[in-house]
Write a protein that binds this ligand. Structure first.
Ligand SMILES: [Zn+2]
Length: 378
């Protein structure tokens, strides 16, 4: 049997080890992908230290050990199962890690992201069965995945940029819900982080006319604004105003939209951000505006339901994206309307995975794109 190297976690809180294991055989509807790049999200360091295990003592959200993590793999199809007809070996692909059962009511009605067993391959999720069926993450030289999970990559979209499609897709699906497009004003709360920067890049591609963004780091905000100075404006949010005084953030957003407020808010705040920071963005909405939360605020929102009703505000949550939405982003990148050139790829060999996880706080906000190349063992 041919073998490969995979970074495996044998115990939560311990470093990953490089193990030689058998290359899997794809089942009839699956493909085998040789991984060329895998995006690494800063949250992975928290996950492998058993952050979620602490939240759920029975650990049912986490994959069985030893586990191969790696959420955002891109690579080349090496082999296809007997019932795969539209994908051939040699094709360049991103593997959408979104897994669902395929047979429940929500899956049958075409809403696999709402599957009660929804699981992210190479990360965590709601189904131990799915994690056992697809145990290979992108921190491995090969993985198997359903053929239906592949996003075919245009020639001008490199593997490193494709390894960012998880963040991009999370923002994209949320912005589609908001109807982002021509003539619309969007506020991206947390615009200089990983999700927020990708949201700004997509908003430009989707034709949003006014793109407002908040952040804390003025240097990073300046770099985001420089992507499109006529369409993007940023606000260094700082601490919330004293109770009873007007919020300069809200005044700024209203001034930028003829006094109305923005049509949509996408909240991209990082873990640890206070609920008040999310509320400040909601107050920037116009009457009838809507917000989608893809960020990681974990506090209770001090949300006045009467304000929500009388101002006809919409508020919803969104996680991840469909493979079809992945194809739409790939098409935009192929056509040149989605410009990802501002990303700075920080590529490391698979053998440096523990060092990468330990060093993720050292980054230029969302501009840094952490990528592991599993073809390199040094
Ligand atoms: Zn299902």
């Amino acid at each position: 049997m041919p073998t490969m190297i995979a970074a495996r976690l044998h115990a939560y809180g311990s470093p990953m080890t490089l193990d030689r294991i058998e290359v899997p055989e794809p089942r009839p509807n699956d493909v085998l992908v040789e991984v060329k790049a895998c995006g690494v999200v800063p949250n992975l360091a928290r996950v492998v230290s058993n952050f979620f295990g602490k939240l759920t003592p029975d650990n049912k959200m986490m994959p069985p050990l030893p586990a191969i993590f790696g959420l955002d793999p891109a690579g080349v199809v090496a082999k296809v199962g007997a019932q795969v007809w539209s994908v051939r070996p040699g094709e360049r692909v991103y593997v959408n890690p979104s897994r669902s059962c395929g047979s429940c009511r929500m899956c049958r009605s075409g809403q696999p992201l709402d599957c009660p067993n929804w699981t992210l391959q190479g990360y965590f999720g709601r189904s131990q069965d799915i994690m056992r069926a697809y145990p290979y993450g992108g921190l491995s030289q090969f993985l198997t995945a359903p053929a239906s999970a592949l996003v075919k990559l245009p020639d001008n979209l490199g593997f490193e940029a494709a390894a960012r499609l998880g963040y991009l897709g999370t923002a994209y699906a949320a912005m589609k819900k908001l109807g982002v497009g021509a003539g619309r004003a969007l506020l991206i709360n947390g615009i200089s982080g990983q999700l927020g920067l990708n949201a700004a890049q997509l908003a430009l591609a989707m034709g949003a006319t006014t793109i407002l963004g908040t952040g804390r780091n003025q240097k990073l905000l300046d770099r985001v604004k420089a992507l499109a100075p006529l369409r993007i404006d940023t606000f260094a949010a700082g601490d919330p105003p004293a109770p009873g005084s007007g919020d300069p953030l809200v005044a700024w957003a209203k001034a930028a939209t003829g006094g109305d407020g923005v049509d949509g808010v996408i909240d991209c705040l990082p873990p640890g951000a206070p609920a008040t920071a999310m509320m400040r963005a909601l107050y920037c909405l116009r009457r009838g505006g809507a917000a989608v939360n893809v960020g990681a605020v974990m506090d209770m929102l001090p949300l006045n339901a009467f304000w929500l009703m009388t101002n006809r505000i919409g508020l919803s949550g969104s996680v991840w994206f469909s493979t079809g939405e992945g194809e739409e982003m790939a098409a935009m990148a192929g056509a040149g309307t989605l410009d990802l050139s501002a990303l700075q790829h920080r590529v490391s060999p698979l053998s440096k995975v523990n060092e990468v996880l330990a060093g993720m706080d050292d980054r230029d906000g969302g501009f840094t794109n952490f990528v592991i190349d599993p073809t390199r063992i040094e």
